[in-house]
Design a binder for this molecule. Sequence first.
Ligand SMILES: [Zn+2]
Length: 464
Amino acid sequence: MKPLLSQVYSVLPVGLQSLACTADGYRRALGSFTSYFHQTLEDWERRIDDPVEVQRERQWEMLAELIERARAQAPYYRFLPPVVDAGDPASSIEKTLANIPPLEKAVYRARSRDFVARDIAPRRLHQRSTSGTTGTALPVWHTTERIAEGLTAVWRQRRSFGVKIDDPVINFTGQVIVPLSQRKPPFWRRDYLSGMTLFSMYHLSGRNLPDYISAIHDTPATYVHGYPSVLHLVGRAMLEAGRCLPPGRLRGIFTHSESVLAFQRETIERAFGAPVRDYYHSTEEAVSMTACDHNRLHVDMEYGIVEVEPVEETEEFVRGPLLVTGLGTAATPFIRYRIGDVGTRFKGSCECGRPGDVFLDIDGRIEDYVETPDGRLVGRLDHIFKEQYEIEEAQIVQERVEAIEVLVVAGSGFGERDRKSLEREVHARLGEGIQVDIRQVAAIPREPNGKFRAVKSSVGRIDP
Ligand SMILES: [Zn+2]
């Protein structure tokens, strides 16, 4: 939300805030549930059990088309090598991609406009921004159709677990829908049209959690949507209070954007009485994987191709950094894009029977919670960095509840304005009561296991 809009929103009474959420939900639904979406969903649901050879053939056709189009329309790809037809689709894909160097984020960052296909009218482009695993904000451009394709993967997964599009949902959202100054429930707002109840991620304190739990029990919902770290916090409180949902009331807990750690999964499933189903997707709209009921991540083959740069390989799996190539109607072609996550591809086939590429896990984002002076635990703080294009990497460090330090690897254009805007974003989510120090550093150290920890807090860390 723009600062002015959020100021107006924050002084509205709760009922009107819910109406504003309803209007926003309606606007999004109009843009999302288009006839193209419904047609694509029908096609993809029909294709899900196609033999892998048929899926590979389709990927090959789409890749060849993507490469031709990228070369003709996107200035960055002008010198893209031509496709290699090696006879069968799998080898053609492999040989064609092997000729193209991986695309690094730094290159995309420096020349992002050159990646946008010129045959798409600017009015058809939606700009979004990604913060990714290391706090690097990147602008990306998509067509409505591409966004619908991402949504198709999500809905194909949900529908396979018996969830319908107009089912009521509990959604723990990253948007600030409840003003931080609010001290009493409700810490949620309703979208009256879609039946969605939006729960605030920013009011989760020991004092407020009992109210959240009551609301979860009272809210009609078929499924839950949210970040695993946030749902874990709520689930833990439900278990401690002995107030779990009866098993089977919900059809599934759909998580995204972070690795689901084993202890988180166990707590969430026990508390909410339903299985956790993860999906892996990125704002670049170049990769999509959806978990089946064996908890394996299936690559949505119509959506993209995922390669693994092998670091560790056995007869069973291959593990390493992922290179992703988006297929379909991309306005911004991402070809062999190093997304920044490490994955483990299973070489066998999944017991669920769905053909195609399968991953055992993706090591995505990990972070601690920040604890605020008023006792809230706030997780998943990447929203702070979403519009901060002058920041190359960022990490939030907390040693005591009164203060946080934001370590910033700054781009060449980083100045006082960016510093102020960053401070504003921090206070918008953590409140005015916390002291914020922004410190420019040359690099951000990785954890001993090589992973980047986006939020490092010695007071807000929850160990299994
Ligand atoms: Zn499976």
